[in-house]
Design a binder for this molecule. Structure first.
Ligand code: GLN
Length: 374
C-alpha cells in the first residue's frame, strides 16, 4: 500500500505503508543507532515525534518480550529505508510489522532516509505527517504546518505513572534474564520522579543498590521528603522542560536537602530549578554512538542520546560546572553543582540501546548518597 511523508517545509517523500495504516503526525527526528529499534519504539521520550532510523535495514531481529523500555509505543510514526519482514533472533516472538499494527503505530518504508536525514540536518527538525489515505501534497503540507511546535509542549506529565510504586528488577543477564532483588538487600532509598522513565534506568538503579520508589511527575516534594530518601532521581521524558512549572518548583525543594541525580529531561528540569535556562537545538542528538567527555576524568565514553533541548550552561555559571561535553557538537552533556551533591547528564547512561560506557554514573550517584549519609 502507498504511503506519503510530507514535511512542513514542503518536502515530500513517497514510500510504502507498513505497520498500522491511516494518518499520523509529529516532529520528525533522525536516530543514528545501528541496532535497538525496539528500545527506540518503547522509549516514552519520543512521544510527539516520528523517528527515522539512519541504519538502512530495520526489522531483521524482530520483536522480543524483553527489550522494552516501557509497556507502550509512544512515538507517533516510524520511518525506514528497508523494512525486513523475515526476522531472525533467538528471543524474537513477532515481526516489527505485526508489533506496529498491534500498537496502532503508522510506519513508512522505502524512504531515502539518507536524503531525509541530510534535509533535517540542513533545515532542522520539523513537523511532518505520514498518510496512507491522503496523497495530495498540498493538503498534507497544510496539515503538517498546523501541528503545534515541540517548543512549549509539556508532554511528560501526560506519560507519568498514576501512583507511586516500588521497583525491584535489576539488570538483564544472559544466564538468568532479569533478576528480582530483595528490598532488604538494597541499601539506598531513592525516590525516582517519573517523567516517562525508561525501564533500564530503574534496573541500573537497582543493580547499583538502590531501593527505588517511583513517583508521579507532580508528586509533592514534602511527601517525597517525608519518605526520608537517601537521594532523589529525576528521569528522562518527552517534550519541552520549560512549561513544567509545577515540577520545577517541586525540584527546588530538594536542593540542599538531598543528593540529586538527573538524566536527560531530568537534567534539563534540574537546570531550570537551579535558575538556568534551556534551549531548543537545531536537530538534537538521537543515537547510540555519540562521543562524550567526562570533564572530571577527561575520559571519553560512547553514549546513547535522545534529546532536542539542551541546558545553557552559561546561564548556570553561578551554581554549576560543565560535567560532560559532547565531542561532536560541543553541546552540554552534563553538569555538577559547585557545592551541593547534585549532578546530571543529558545522555543516557542506562543505554538501551547503546554501549554501557556510562553505567559508572549510577555508582557515582550511590557514592554521593553514601558520602552525604556520613
Ligand atoms: N530523552 C529525554 O529525556 C528527552 C528530553 C527532552 N524531551 C528533549 O527532547 O530534549
Amino acid at each position: 500500500m502507498k504511503a506519503v511523508l510530507a514535511l512542513a517545509d514542503g518536502r515530500i517523500f513517497m514510500g510504502k505503508a507498513f505497520g498500522a495504516t491511516g494518518e499520523t503526525s509529529g516532529e520528525v527526528v533522525f536516530n543514528t543507532a545501528m541496532s535497538g529499534y525496539q528500545e527506540v519504539l518503547t522509549d516514552p521520550s519520543y512521544k510527539g515525534q516520528m523517528v527515522t532510523m539512519t541504519y538502512t535495514q530495520i526489522g531483521n531481529t524482530g520483536i522480543n518480550p524483553e527489550d522494552i523500555e516501557s509497556n507502550q509505543l509512544y512515538l507517533s510514526g516510524f520511518i525506514v529505508r528497508e523494512y525486513l519482514d523475515c526476522y531472525s533472533n533467538w528471543r524474537a516472538t513477532m515481526s516489527l510489522d505485526a508489533y506496529l499494527k498491534e500498537h496502532g503505530v503508522v510506519g513508512i518504508q522505502g524512504i531515502d532516509t539518507r536524503a531525509l536525514t541530510r534535509h533535517l540536518r540542513d533545515k532542522g527538525a520539523q513537523n511532518g505527517i505520514i498518510s496512507t489515505i491522503d496523497f495530495d501534497p498540498e493538503s498534507l503540507v497544510k496539515k503538517a504546518r498546523a501541528i503545534p511546535s515541540m517548543s512549549g509542549l509539556d508532554l511528560a506529565t501526560g506519560v507519568t505513572c498514576a501512583a507511586p510504586y516500588h521497583w525491584t528488577e535489576g539488570l538483564w543477564d544472559l544466564e538468568s534474564g532479569y533478576p528480582q532483588v530483595d528490598r532488604k538487600d538494597l541499601k539506598y532509598k531513592v525516590v525516582a520522579y517519573d517523567f516517562g522513565i525508561k525501564l533500564n534506568i530503574l534496573r541500573c538503579l537497582v543493580s547499583a543498590g538502590c531501593d527505588v520508589t517511583v513517583v508521579p511527575a507532580t508528586f509533592p516534594a514534602e511527601a517525597a521528603l517525608a519518605m526520608n530518601p537517601d537521594g532523589i532521581f529525576l528521569s528522562n521524558g518527552p517534550g519541552d522542560p520549560e512549561p513544567m512549572k509545577e515540577v520545577i518548583e517541586n525540584i527546588k525543594q530538594f536542593v540542599g536537602k538531598k543528593p540529586i541525580f538527573g538524566i536527560c529531561l531530568g537534567h534539563q528540569l534540574l537546570g531550570l530549578a537551579l535558575g538556568g535556562r534551556t534551549i531548543k537545538l537545531k536537530f538534537g542528538n538521537h543515537g547510540s554512538n555519540l562521543p562524550v567527555m567526562d570533564m572530571a576524568t577527561r575520559k571519553v565514553e560512547i553514549t546513547a542520546q535522545n534529546h532536542g533541548f539542551s541546558v545553557d550552561i552559561l546561564s548556570l555559571s553561578h551554581a554549576c560546572k560543565l560535567g560532560h561535553e559532547n565531542l561532536n557538537d560541543q553541546t552540554v552533556e552534563g553538569m555538577g553543582h559547585k557545592e551541593l551533591p547534585i549532578f546530571s547528564v543529558q545522555h543516557h547512561p542506562e543505554a538501551s540501546p547503546g554501549p554501557h560506557d556510562s553505567h559508572y554514573l549510577f555508582d557515582r550517584f550511590v557514592e554521593m548518597m553514601e558520602k552525604f549519609k556520613k
